[in-house]
Design a protein around this ligand. Structure first.
Ligand code: DAH
Length: 384
């Protein structure tokens, strides 16, 4: 018959070792059931004491009880240890380090080059004291043409064919009405309600010249960025939708020299500090005199030649690149806002208008205007 007391000692050693090695609370509970539970060997031994030979009952009984107590103690000690460790681990796993940067850095897009260019142009003029104004893309013929000195039937309207909008389809909120003005000697305003040929998608941002002058008396210095429309093809240099920035400066003492200085400043800011501008005679119905404005070529520096002696293809060997149209505001335009204090005997000013697609293409060497609208990420990604 095996020595029961020795078996008790064995169970105790085995149990203590197993408990010390238990890796979590669940394993510990299994060990408790295995060594001290109702069906455990040690429990059976203690329960069977009475059947042992008389001389063994005392030693086995006390060894068994001691083993039981010892195992209970180490179980409890290990349980405390494991529970503390688990809490620690959970705290560490759940910890949020509020000092870490946001994760993961989400891929961010970039502004389309057109918008970026428009903002750059705006910034130049804001730096010169201009205010930014925007106007409606669905515009009255009156502002788009008539009040800009293109009366109905004027030949210059043909160069700016556009899209007509059914006035019945307009949201009354669109506020196509002119800003309220005091009744004065100004020319009669737009025909209201507009007839079938009176509402257009604006062909330029110039209509805001008249709207802005209706809204505030001189002096006025504004730039107007925005989208324009023409019944044009969609090819490398044309698009039925395009963007312009218009400028208007009217005050008592503004001269053509101010226009030159302003556009010089603009050309230097956008195309580089060495740039110059030159004026060539031009024609626009709403400016008199009108000028076409060129910037000295930023590729060849104005010589028309590349370093290897070949003709500069950017300026076609001329050394100058056309960038915008401009001129002194025609007195006839003031006639439409004379009741707002725009008396051509007292104030004068200049206006200019540029195509943003053209500026961006020139500045960044974009060969085809359609690239701005393709949403090709390989193009967009180059201009971050
Ligand atoms: N609105 C003209 C166009 O779209 C550009 C322009 C020319 C604007 C001369 C002006 C200006 O303000 O003075 O072709």
């Amino acid at each position: 018959m095996p020595d029961v007391r020795e078996r008790v000692e064995e169970l105790r050693r085995e149990g203590e070792a197993a408990i010390a090695a238990a890796s979590d609370v669940a394993a510990l509970e299994e060990l408790r059931v295995g060594y001290l539970g109702r069906k455990a060997e040690l429990t059976a031994i203690l329960r069977g004491i009475a059947e042992l030979p008389a001389d063994q009952r005392g030693p086995v009984g006390s060894a068994g009880n001691e083993a039981r107590r010892a195992l209970e103690q180490v179980l409890e000690a290990r349980r405390v240890e494991l529970e503390a460790g688990e809490l620690e681990r959970r705290l560490r796993a759940d910890a949020v380090d509020v000092t870490l940067p946001g994760l993961p850095p989400a891929p961010v897009g970039s502004r389309n080059l057109l918008l970026r260019t428009m903002r750059e142009v705006e910034d130049v003029f804001v730096g010169l004291g201009y205010r930014i104004m925007e106007g409606p893309e669905v515009e009255l013929d009156y502002y788009n043409f008539t009040a800009l000195n293109h009366p109905p039937g004027h030949a210059a309207r043909m160069a700016q064919d556009t899209f007509y909008v059914d006035p019945e389809s307009l949201d009354p909120e669109l506020r196509l009405e002119p800003a309220p003005t005091e009744p004065g000697e100004g020319a009669p305003g737009p025909a209201l309600p507009p007839g079938p040929e009176d509402v257009v998608l604006r062909t330029h941002t110039s209509p805001m010249q008249v709207r802005a002058m209706e809204a505030s008396e001189p002096p006025i210095l504004i730039v107007v960025p925005g989208r324009c429309y023409r019944s044009d093809p969609f090819d490398a240099t044309h698009s039925p939708i395009f963007h312009q920035v218009e400028g208007l400066a009217v005050a008592e003492s503004i001269t053509l020299a101010d226009l030159k200085g302003t556009l010089d400043e603009f050309a230097r800011a956008i195309f580089g500090p060495e740039r110059k501008t030159r004026f060539r005679p031009g024609f626009f119905p709403f400016t008199e005199p009108s000028v076409e404005v060129d910037v000295s070529c930023f590729r060849c520096g104005g010589s028309g030649e590349l370093p290897d002696g070949s003709r500069d293809p950017l300026c076609k060997g001329i050394g100058w690149i056309e960038i915008l149209g401009s001129g002194m505001v025609d007195p006839n335009v003031y006639g439409f806002v004379s009741d707002r204090g725009y008396d051509p005997e007292r104030v004068q000013g200049f206006a200019f208008g540029m195509g943003i697609e053209r500026i961006a293409m020139l500045k960044h060497g974009v060969p085809d205007l359609r690239k701005f609208y393709d949403n090709d990420v390989r193009v967009l990604g180059q201009f971050r």
